[in-house]
Design a protein around this ligand. Structure first.
Ligand code: GTP
Ligand code: MG
Length: 316
């Protein structure tokens, strides 16, 4: 400004980009259609010492269980807790206007500091299901039937193997204040860790489950037995990730309304009890169902699912 001295104001800073966990979201679907997202630019400074306004931050909402990976596949952030927030890209600093550079000996600086570019980042978002307890069993063990009986989930049930192709989540209500999420998993068979059947690609979904229910029953295939089924399931799980074998679990012996199942009951319970508590039940007749669900609740409570862990290690 002639005779008036320098009056160029500072530029505003660019907005930051945040990811924030929104517990009301269940999928990443919104982001599939909007893969490039930008925070707003800061505004340039103006004459009369006008400072440019800062660019607005961008908050991208993601569901609980979202993992943020870089191009090398490394996990940068694990967004689990509701309302957790991370800044993934920082907005650029605003420049300084020439008014900032005036000194008694340099009254009319004709230069200013340019603003800085904001960060740009490409990340992959991947959603892990957050189940509290996962049902692990051979095809036709009755996993989907059980989850239909005890939760709001309605997965398909049929008398052929591999009816369930995708993990399904159901909310099981314990009482007015407590509920938990149960995951119905596709059936596992021997060799699953090597890709046999549907393989174990779904197991990444259960790595977060706090506890497992192994469902076993008498199979219509004569070569299989209840205890060998159990051993195979544990073996496949362990080959996928040995850490999973350390998670607490219990055993559900399903379909006890069937005569052929009842015929083998005592012997199976005796053999399996060496590993974990066994709960014989039938989703059809509902016998033993309450005992099973009470035991799952107790298992999760002992894990601190609803606050303080009760301390009693009933599965040690
Ligand atoms: N008698 C009897 N049959 C049952 C019971 N639970 C399930 N079934 C039957 O067993 C068959 C398999 O049941 P599903 O619930 O689809 O079994 P799943 O373990 O989910 O099987 P996949 O999804 O293939 O792994 C169906 O024909 C069910 O009707 C039960 O408590 N008693
Ligand atoms: Mg099923």
């Amino acid at each position: 400004m002639p005779r008036g001295g320098p009056d160029g104001g500072d530029g505003g800073k660019g907005g930051h980009v945040y990811l924030r966990v929104d517990p009301n979201l269940a999928t990443l679907i919104d982001l599939r259609y909007q893969q490039r997202q930008f925070a707003r630019d800061g505004q340039p400074g103006g004459t009369n010492d006008c400072t440019g306004s800062d660019g607005e931050d961008l908050v991208v909402r993601v569901p609980p269980g979202t993992q943020v990976l870089n191009d090398a596949g490394e996990v940068l952030y694990d967004l689990v807790e509701p309302h957790a927030e991370v800044m993934v890209a920082r907005g650029g600093r605003g420049g300084k206007g020439n008014a900032q550079f005036a000194t008694p000996s340099r009254r009319t600086p004709d230069f200013a500091q340019p603003g800085e570019d904001g960060e740009e980042l490409e990340v992959t978002l991947s959603l892990k299901l957050l189940a509290d307890v996962a049902l692990i069993g051979f095809p036709n063990a009755g996993k989907s039937t059980l989850i239909r009986t005890v939760s709001n989930a309605r997965p398909r049930v049929a008398d052929f193997p591999f009816t369930t192709l995708q993990p399904q989540l159901g909310v099981v209500r314990v009482d007015d204040d407590r509920s938990y999420v149960m995951a119905d998993m596709p059936g596992l068979i021997e060799g699953a860790a090597d890709g046999v059947g549907l393989g174990l690609r779904f197991l990444k979904h259960i790595e977060r489950a706090q506890a497992f229910v192994f469902l076993v029953t008498v199979s219509y295939e004569p070569a299989r037995g209840i205890t060998s089924d159990f051993d195979v399931l544990r073996g496949e799980l362990g080959r996928f990730n040995p850490e999973l074998l350390r998670r607490p679990y219990l055993i559900g012996l399903s379909q006890v309304d069937r005569v052929d199942v009842r015929d083998h009951l005592d012997e199976a319970v005796a053999a399996l009890s060496a590993h974990a508590p066994v709960y014989p039940f039938s989703a059809f007749s509902r016998e033993g169902l309450k005992e099973l669900t009470d035991a799952i609740t107790a298992l999760l409570a002992a894990q601190g699912r609803w606050g303080e862990a009760c301390g009693e290690d009933i599965w040690a």
